[in-house]
Design a protein around this ligand. Structure first.
Ligand code: SF4
Ligand code: SF4
Length: 468
């Protein structure tokens, strides 16, 4: 009951109330088994990239990573938040290198345990890497190259291990992972959360094993403190605090969608900028796949005399920067009409209201890839290296779209409407809660949201070129 008193969202169900679920997460081998499976699959994918067939339509590497995993990751963020991080093979290999054990709790670590530089304890490095990798994808056609994808995975793994050996805990996951910002911010929408049951118990707790660790588990790898945690953004759901908290004060709740936005007080400029940049990159990724893009970029090349790569690079940077600039203007107008409100407060607070729309835009883009190209995995599973095997008798299967194009478009529109509905509702909630019913401060952000909504609907309606 104490939990409910502190918690305005009373429609929560703590899964750890079930003894079986609690034991499942308290057992140190549980996460290891999931991680081991993920590492095994990743090794297969990398081997297929290096030694298997190089046709991206028939490659386990490209189909499983760029069509299946990436699409399922986005869906999972909306439904189960950062649960992917629980089994992420990159984080697992970093942990194993650093801890020199697969699942046991040991005291020493094979790491210099340096503190991550204070100036980079934000999302800026992650944003930079995200932009570089997205650009590299356009430039080197990563998604269509099994070999380059395999090299990319191995390079990223090496990077994770080096960071894990130099810096303490999971500094990589918290500050460097190129998708940590995307995963963290989208996961705020998910109907699950891991939180302290009762914040007063945490205040009174002198041991704070969730921070220091004990014989049952490690200190929080991403430097979170459940006693003040109010959003899903950084918690990688490793469940170490479930193991270490000797007051059983951790809950793993099922809650309403977008629950993080109900009482959000800790907003950050780096997160707000990431949300806006992501919006622009998502639109750009869809734009370059529609047929009118080819004509537009050709006209631009003729007009400017620049090469295709230069035109695309400039438009990519412009796309990432445009929502930031446009939103800044919108907030400046809002500030002009609401002199008492601080620009930074308006800028950061309302940026979070854009997350559901951004997530659904991203999802609607990838759902088409998944439904149109995902069946390509069926023959590949029987012949993962393209050696002519027929392991499950499906290598002769001719992949076809799972749904007709018009039906996919309907799903995309539905997703967009869901995103718009949540974004408006959160924006109004922020206006009520933080700016005290000052609806005029939200009006301008609403116009911003509607413009992006309509523009994305138009893009989705255009004929699209496939990823593979
Ligand atoms: S150990 Fe448990 S009760 Fe103590 S501060 Fe951490 S989460 Fe709260
Ligand atoms: S808060 Fe708990 S579950 Fe979340 S990352 Fe930290 S230790 Fe893991």
């Amino acid at each position: 009951m104490e939990n409910e008193k502190n918690n305005p969202d009373k429609r929560k169900y703590d899964m750890l109330q079930q003894d079986a679920v609690a034991s499942f997460f308290k057992n140190r081998k549980t996460q290891f088994l999931f991680q081991l499976t993920a590492v095994f699959l990743l090794v297969l994918v990398v081997l297929a990239g290096f030694f298997g067939i190089q046709n991206s339509n028939m490659s386990l590497t490209t189909i499983s990573i760029w069509v299946i995993w990436w699409s399922l990751l986005l869906i999972s963020l909306a439904l189960v938040g950062r649960l992917w991080c629980f089994m992420c093979p990159f984080g697992a290999i970093g942990d194993w290198a650093q801890r020199q054990t697969f699942y046991k709790k040991i005291d020493g670590t094979f790491s210099l345990k340096m503190k991550f530089p204070a100036r980079f304890r934000n999302l800026f490095l992650a944003a930079l890497l995200f932009l570089i990798i997205t650009w590299a994808d356009f430039q080197f056609n990563l998604v269509n190259s099994p070999l380059l994808t395999a090299y990319f995975i191995v390079a990223l793994l090496g990077f994770v291990v080096i960071i894990s050996i130099i810096f303490e805990r999971r500094s990589f996951c918290r500050y460097v992972c190129p998708i940590t910002g995307l995963i963290g911010l989208y996961s705020m929408f998910a109907p699950i959360e891991l939180r302290a049951k009762d914040k007063e118990t945490c205040k009174a707790c002198t041991e704070k094993y969730c921070i220091s660790g004990n014989e049952k588990g490690y200190p929080c790898p991403v430097f979170e403190y459940p006693g003040t945690m109010e959003k899903n953004t950084h918690c990688i759901l490793c469940t170490e605090c479930v193991k270490t908290c000797d007051r059983c004060n951790i809950s793993f709740n099922i809650r309403s969608f977008a629950g993080d936005f109900l009482n959000l007080t800790k907003t950050r400029v780096d997160e707000a900028l990431f949300i806006l940049m992501l919006l622009g990159v998502t639109i750009f990724q869809t734009l370059i796949m529609i047929r009118p893009w080819a004509g537009f970029s050709r006209d631009l090349m003729i007009y400017t005399g620049a090469s295709y790569d230069s035109v695309r690079f400039i438009l990519f940077i412009a796309a990432a920067a445009f929502p930031v600039l446009f939103y800044s203007i919108v907030i400046a107008i809002s500030k002009f009409f609401n002199q008492k409100i601080i620009f930074k407060d308006l800028f950061t607070s309302y940026a979070y209201s854009i997350i559901p729309l951004g997530l659904m835009m991203h999802l609607s883009h990838n759902i088409r890839h998944l439904l149109e190209e995902g069946a390509g995995i069926i023959p590949v599973l029987s012949d993962p290296f393209g050696f002519g095997w027929n392991l499950f008798g499906t290598s002769g299967y001719m992949p076809a779209p799972l749904l007709a194009s018009n039906n996919i478009l309907l799903i995309q529109w539905l997703l967009m409407l869901i995103g718009l509905g949540f974004s408006i509702s959160i924006g109004k909630n922020i206006s009520r809660r933080i700016f005290h019913e000052n609806d005029s401060s939200y009006l301008h952000v609403l116009v911003f949201v509607l413009i992006f909504f309509v523009f994305n609907l138009w893009i989705l309606g255009q004929p699209i070129m496939h990823k593979h």
